[in-house]
Design a protein around this ligand. Structure first.
Ligand SMILES: [Zn+2]
Length: 287
């Protein structure tokens, strides 16, 4: 078994290197693989393992993924034709079995998307295929496949320990502000922005002007030189209370403004925290 695999991997490598036409892309049992040669070899190898040891799962994957391409981050595009899975190098080169498990995982997401579409039509709501419940199902499927292909026990354990809240991280745009994080985080931040928008539209446009993105992070802080300016928000701050969260966003929007103002004149960031006190007071009083 092992020997056959090596031979065919070598063959793919050989073909990829010596046939210019194949450089950049190849097709494995109907699944298009697009990337550099190492990527193509690794992904084909993973598919080959699934096909050999879990043929039933391989047909499911083939049905719900038409293309696997190398990219910045892991992402299943269930709207694209063909259904396209983007995988990043960290996932792919972690190991062949890990790569296989990840493909199975996203094939399952794609299946959930398709199942909903067939029974209810479009649009397919996020919670039908990408949010927490869907993550649970996809991860379960990933682990099943990993077991079938004899992935090392420590890898299976690692998959079992995956933090589903992080996996279900996603992006929502609230009135032009991009919010990235898990469901709870997005709900909390949207609520906070909603409070500001309802009570003080002027402050809300101020925030919008100086913060373009709010991302769930380990620590809070403003990344003002990002485009758009990004506010990294820690759970402790976000979940302290809705008003506290709103105050922190306002506070850092002001930092962002100062940074911007100062940069225009001096080319370096400034600092002030007066505004946040007024702001938080205002929010708390109104609440
Ligand atoms: Zn997932």
């Amino acid at each position: 078994m092992q020997k056959t695999k090596k031979v065919s991997l070598f063959l793919i490598l050989f073909i990829s290197i010596f046939t210019k036409a194949l450089a950049g892309g190849t097709t494995y049992f109907g699944i298009e693989i697009i990337g550099d040669v190492e990527f193509i070899v690794q992904v084909s190898g993973a598919l080959e393992v699934i096909e050999a040891k879990a043929p039933q799962e391989f047909s499911l994957i083939k049905q719900y993924i038409g293309r696997i391409r190398q990219g910045e981050r892991d992402e299943m595009d269930a709207h694209n034709i063909p259904l396209t899975l983007t995988l990043n190098d960290t996932t792919v080169f972690y190991s062949s079995t890990w790569c296989a498990g990840s493909i199975a995982h996203d094939a399952y997401h794609s299946k959930l998307h398709n199942d909903y579409k067939e029974s209810h039509g479009e649009p397919v709501p996020d919670n039908a295929w990408t949010m927490l419940a869907a993550e649970k199902k996809s991860l379960k499927y990933q682990i099943e496949v990993m077991r079938k292909i004899n992935a090392p026990p420590e890898e299976i354990k690692e998959a079992e320990l995956i933090d589903l809240t992080k996996l279900s991280a996603r992006e929502v745009i609230y009135s032009g502000i991009d919010i990235i994080g898990d469901e709870k985080f997005i709900a909390q931040v949207s609520k906070a922005l909603g409070v500001v928008e309802a009570l003080s539209p002027q402050d809300f446009s101020f925030i919008k002007r100086y913060i373009g993105k709010i991302e769930q992070s380990e620590r809070s802080g403003m990344v003002s030189d990002d485009i758009p300016p990004k506010f990294k928000l820690a759970d402790r701050t976000a979940f302290h209370s809705v008003t506290w969260c709103a105050g922190s966003i306002a506070h850092d929007a002001y930092h962002s403004k100062l940074y911007d103002d100062y940069k225009k004149v001096h080319g370096a960031p400034g600092h002030d925290s007066n505004w946040t006190l007024q702001k938080e007071e205002k929010e708390c009083l109104k609440y």
